[in-house]
Design a protein around this ligand. Structure first.
Ligand code: NI
Length: 417
């Protein structure tokens, strides 16, 4: 493709991203975003299917005849964060921001949609491409909801791929998990019922703050004392609500936290120890404790064959040295629900650029991307789709297995690599 055309696609994807960035919407409220995606897909000649009873869109483009159905997934929701940016495309919605790059994910997959049309890929290839624009990744409910509504059927998806912004990688680099990618994430809520009263008469009260504070301290021992040092785990208490005045012992306290693990064994140990420590508050402090654990997302497993092909596509776009396998991360990703259902893989796309001052992490009010990642992402996923469709159409041509690259070798914490 000529250079001018390449810049043309870059500018198109950048403009889509900027528009989405200015109009962020929270999970399951992505009404405007859904409408825009549908308009863009339809304008490109794609079928754009609404998701019954939910936000989100499924784009479909069929090829010459029956063949593999390759799906790409983009999440479309934003976060309740007030953006602190002077960029002309900054959020116009108070207290809502695309701080996790889902605007970029959406723009990239729309860029793939455009490139597929511009190159006439589907007139040469058999099969179909499905673009799943998924709501509510941040609340970790969107993927499950869409799967329940049948987005992986009609036509049935054979393979699914996705990408995520990675500010810990510089723009121009990308990484794939060989197998295990993201940690499981479960939420817990601890409610403590004490006996409130005068702050000067503690002997007549049962203080839920003191009990809760002990709990916060004790849970720190779970990772250090109950989990094998070579295993990874996180227990974070992110909310502790109790009391209203300096001289009053409150009646109740409420704590909320998150547990993350890279194996089912660790996951169940974390939950069992939380339950034991919560139950021990009753004999120790007299409070009535109730612990509720809300299962969130499972661990995300990439299919090794799909991951290898996606990596190979990234290396074709970026050069072999600039894309490699990555060790798992403790963040969670509800794409895990898709890879439970179908062979799939997620890729992390480098988006930071210290020279341009673009260094902030995901979920920061200063988060931004080097927009060069948009064209890179569109080209990688286009390449991955084109190879997958061509591979089945012409079985003689196989893509070479990728070499093990030098980038961040996996530490094999989980024993699987
Ligand atoms: Ni995200």
């Amino acid at each position: 493709m000529a250079r001018a055309e390449k810049r043309g696609l870059f500018e198109w994807v950048r403009d889509v991203r900027r528009e989405l960035h200015s109009h962020p919407e929270l999970s399951f409220k992505e009404v405007r975003t859904t409408k825009r995606i549908r308009e863009i897909l339809t304008g490109l000649g794609w079928e754009a299917r609404p998701v019954p009873g939910a936000t989100g869109v499924v784009g479909l483009l069929r090829g010459r005849g029956p063949g593999p159905v390759v799906a790409l997934r983009a999440d479309i929701d934003a976060l309740p964060i007030a953006e602190l940016s002077e960029a002309p495309y900054r959020s116009r919605v108070k207290g809502v921001m695309h701080a996790c790059g889902h605007d970029a994910h959406t723009a990239i997959m729309l860029g793939v949609a455009k490139k597929i049309v511009d190159t006439g890929l589907m007139s040469r290839a058999a099969g179909a491409v499905k673009l799943i624009f998924q709501p509510a990744e941040e609340r970790l409910g969107g993927a499950k909801a869409l799967i329940a509504k049948g987005v992986l059927e009609d036509p049935p998806v054979d393979v699914i791929m996705a990408g995520h912004m990675a500010p810990d990688l510089a723009v121009g680099r990308a990484g794939v998990f060989r197998r295990l990618g993201n940690a499981s994430a479960d939420r817990f809520v601890l409610d403590l019922q004490g006996r409130g009263g005068h702050g000067a008469r503690p002997e007549e009260c049962i203080d839920p703050i003191v009990a809760g504070a002990h709990f916060v301290t004790q849970v720190q021992s779970i990772v250090s004392r109950s989990i094998k040092p070579a295993d990874a785990a996180v227990v974070t208490v992110g909310r502790f609500a109790a009391g209203l005045a300096a001289n009053v012992i409150p009646e109740t306290a409420s704590l909320e936290g998150s547990v993350r693990a890279l194996s089912e064994e660790v996951r169940s140990t974390l939950i069992r120890r939380l339950e034991e420590l919560a139950a021990a508050l009753q004999p120790a402090f007299g409070v009535v404790s109730r612990l509720a654990v809300h299962p969130g997302v499972p661990m995300l497993w990439n299919d090794p064959a799909v991951a290898a092909r996606l990596l190979s596509a990234a290396q074709a776009v970026l050069g072999r040295k600039n894309a490699g396998y990555l060790p798992p991360v403790m963040g969670s990703e509800d794409f895990a629900f898709f890879t439970e259902q179908r062979p799939g893989a997620i890729m992390r796309l480098g988006c930071s650029n210290p020279q341009k001052g673009i260094t902030h992490q995901l979920h920061s009010p200063h988060f931004d991307i080097d927009e060069e990642v948009l064209l890179i992402g569109a080209n990688i996923f286009y390449e991955a789709v084109a190879r997958r469709l061509d591979a089945k159409a012409k079985p003689a041509r196989r893509s070479r297995p990728p070499r093990r690259p030098a980038l961040s070798p996996a530490r094999r914490k989980d024993g699987l690599g």
